[in-house]
Design a protein around this ligand. Structure first.
Ligand SMILES: *[C@@H]1O[C@H](CO)[C@@H](O)[C@H](O)[C@H]1NC(C)=O
Ligand SMILES: *[C@@H]1O[C@H](CO)[C@@H](O)[C@H](O)[C@H]1NC(C)=O
Length: 360
């Protein structure tokens, strides 16, 4: 990677001054893909197949249904760098639609190294997960059984003004993550809520930011959103006051800020001659969304015992993929953790005539 660790640290500290130490914690760690499957235990429990395809990382308790229990006790391996994180995180997949109407799945590339973390450069599929806390005793870690959803799979247009979304894309214009120093979903030039409109030579990055306030009572809610909320100042940006910002009285408990960061390897699809003749861009989420506004993320908490709370409370603050007494594992071990796919179908590593679950 082009950045030396020192340069990268300086860049991140500059972009995110509140993470310069002094007790702030920002865990940042890679998780390999545990499965790609058309199931969704949160939104469509028990359904196999569910309406659209997902890519999933984390523990091997992932299943068509996941009871609201301590899944850290059900899983016995994880694809994540922190081996006590048996949570599951999942998002839509990305597909390329060719001029002839065929689809092919866009693979993911390991993320760049930061904070001396070799793990994220060696993951297979998957993405990077962040947990942010503004300091000791300032956030309450999730309780066993907790789950939530961010984003709306049916959204197809911008809502509100400015770039204050919980999901965004960044077009990598060069092969070396050029322009990557600015904090995600915060830069009105680099980041867009819709898919980039031109080919991105270094791939497309997705960021998905979860709410940071909780009602303090419910582990879930019927829409998987109502029990959590953004701070009073509105949806989070990673540099905003969201982590330290005041929570609404309805959701007074501050929870760690989770962010997912996915790098889609679009390089094999960058030939403009293969792009639509009407000038539109060719990528589509596995929901059938050609806009990108419907990007969404699911989360089921599964850290062992009090390990997440200990990380969030670490007195000196933690950066990256090592933190106090938290256990980590070799990437080869994480890459070996898998769950079998429940729905046997072609996921699009060759050409498909339609998206899995979608009409033509
Ligand atoms: C997944 O769920 C199915 C159906 O409820 C169950 O039969 C199976 O044992 C579960 N698998 C795992 C690994 O938990
Ligand atoms: C559709 O287009 C892609 C990309 O050009 C090509 O590889 C594929 O063979 C085509 N499929 C059909 C059915 O023509």
């Amino acid at each position: 990677m082009i950045f030396s660790t020192l340069v990268a640290l300086a860049a991140v500290a500059e972009a995110m001054p509140q993470f310069g130490g002094g007790g702030n914690t920002m865990l940042r760690f890679g998780c390999s893909q545990v499965v790609i499957d058309r199931i969704d235990p949160l939104v469509n429990p028990g359904q196999a197949p569910s309406p659209h395809m997902h890519q999933v990382v984390g523990g091997n308790a992932f299943n068509t249904s996941m009871a609201s229990t301590d899944i850290a006790k059900l899983a016995d391996c994880t694809t994540c760098g922190y081996s006590e994180d048996l949570s599951n995180y999942w998002t839509a997949n990305l597909y390329f639609k060719a001029r002839n109407g065929s689809y092919k799945r866009v693979p993911q590339i390991p993320n760049r190294e930061l904070f001396n973390d070799k793990y994220t450069t060696g993951t297979q599929g998957g993405f990077v997960v962040y947990y942010v806390s503004p300091g000791k005793s300032k956030v309450q870690a999730f309780k066993p059984g907790f789950r939530m959803l961010v984003g709306d799979a049916n959204k197809r247009a911008k809502e509100g003004s400015g770039l204050k979304s919980q999901t965004c894309f960044r077009c990598y214009t060069g092969p070396n993550f050029a322009g990557d120093n600015a904090a995600p979903c915060a830069d009105g030039k680099l980041d867009t809520e819709a898919f980039p409109t031109a080919p991105c030579p270094g791939g497309i990055r997705s960021n998905i930011l979860y709410p940071t306030c909780w009602d303090g009572k419910n582990l879930d809610s019927p829409d998987h959103k109502a029990h959590v909320a953004y701070p009073k100042a509105g949806p989070a940006t990673f540099t905003g006051s969201s982590v330290g910002g005041d929570c609404p009285s309805t959701h007074p408990v501050k929870i760690p800020q989770i962010m997912l960061e996915i790098v889609w390897d679009t390089r094999q699809f960058n030939n403009k001659a293969d792009w639509p003749t009407d000038g539109s861009q060719p990528f589509v989420l596995s929901t059938g969304d050609p806009t990108g506004y419907g990007q969404h993320g699911d989360y089921v908490f599964g850290w062992k015992d009090d390990s997440l709370q200990r990380a969030m409370d670490e007195a000196k603050g933690c950066m990256g993929a090592s933190c106090g007494g938290l256990k980590t594992q070799a990437v080869s071990v994480g890459n070996g953790c898998k769950v079998p796919s429940r729905v046997k179908e072609d996921i699009g590593d060759g050409w498909l005539s339609k998206l899995p679950g979608m009409e033509m």
